[in-house]
Design a binder for this molecule. Structure first.
Ligand code: HH2
Length: 289
């Protein structure tokens, strides 16, 4: 894999070009998660039926979601892969129903064939937890106007939590993301379409996750907006001892820690509570001026 790196750093303007939308990133934006899966770690099977998924998505919008992330394949550690046709059969009716929802629709997929079809079907963003690590994934988004979320993951979901090891997790995540961003740019993806994500929980120990959150700017290529997803994750269970359905306070604390360190999009399951937390945080920050 060749990784041209000369095109970084990028832009100062905090606006994300996102298919049909331009998303100002002057304040943190809420990405609501809609899992169209049977086996997601926190809500698998709840929104598998298109009608329940659509109702859930509309509820998240009412609660304050400013983007929606639709995923039809779980990425939890050890999750079995889902065939592309199954992913597409789950995604198509939901994308169609939400086409006029008025917010960018992101699709969480690692498969170039799924990327191509959902982009034709109106997706505004591709969220690739494999970080566009193949030429085929880069080709799939190259000719579109969609935003690209480049997430860091060590290995793949089947194996990623089997004793992940880094010499310097901050540097390795940053350099890996920088190389993937440069590869996208090299293929013609404009900087204004790219966000990066350190991939909390994806091939990382608890200590790795804490270091990434504590020193977030050091784990990211300069000048590229950051998306962070920590909602309900097992690191929160490891710290608090709480099961997945009792991790909302912990999720909010971790989300605010990420925002305080520069995250500009937060990927969350609990939109209403996240909105309240961000409104209060924003009011306090605003009073500093
Ligand atoms: N986390 C999950 C899935 N996709 N994408 C990005 N960019 N960042 C993340 O942190 C992230 C992600 C895992 O959460 P969830 O979708 O709820 O679980 P599952 O993968 O089991 O469906």
């Amino acid at each position: 894999m060749t990784t041209p790196s000369s095109t970084i750093p990028l832009r100062p303007v905090p606006t994300l070009r996102c298919g049909r939308f331009e998303l100002a990133l002057d304040r943190p934006r809420i990405m609501g998660v809609v899992n169209l899966t049977a086996d997601s770690f926190s809500d698998g099977g709840r929104w598998l039926e298109p009608s329940t998924a659509i109702a859930h998505a509309l509820r998240l919008l009412k609660e304050g979601a400013e983007l929606l992330d639709l995923g039809a394949e779980s990425t939890r550690p050890g999750a079995p892969p889902v065939p592309a046709e199954v992913e597409l059969a789950r995604l198509r009716p939901v994308l169609r129903a939400l086409a006029d929802a008025g917010v960018p629709l992101s699709v969480d997929t690692r498969k170039p064939e799924v990327m191509r079809v959902v982009l034709d079907a109106g997706a505004d963003m591709i969220n690739d937890v494999a970080g566009f690590r193949t030429e085929a994934a880069i080709d799939a988004v190259g000719a579109s106007s969609a935003a690209c979320c480049v997430m860091h993951m060590l290995g793949d979901p089947l194996t990623m939590q089997q004793a992940p090891v880094y010499r310097d997790v901050l540097r390795e995540v940053r350099d890996w993301l920088a190389a993937r961003v440069a590869a996208l740019q090299h293929a013609g993806v404009e900087s204004a379409r790219i966000v990066v994500d350190p991939g909390i929980g994806f091939g990382k120990t608890l200590e790795d996750n804490l270091a990434l959150l504590a020193r977030l700017p050091e784990a990211l290529p300069p000048g590229v907006p950051a998306l962070v997803g920590v909602s309900r994750k097992s690191m929160l269970g490891a710290i608090t001892g709480r099961p997945v359905d009792e991790r909302l306070p912990a999720s909010l604390a971790a989300m605010l820690a990420a925002v305080a360190r520069g995250a500009r999009i937060v990927r969350v399951h609990d939109v209403a509570a996240t909105r309240d937390a961000l409104v209060v945080w924003g009011a306090i920050e605003g009073a500093r001026a």
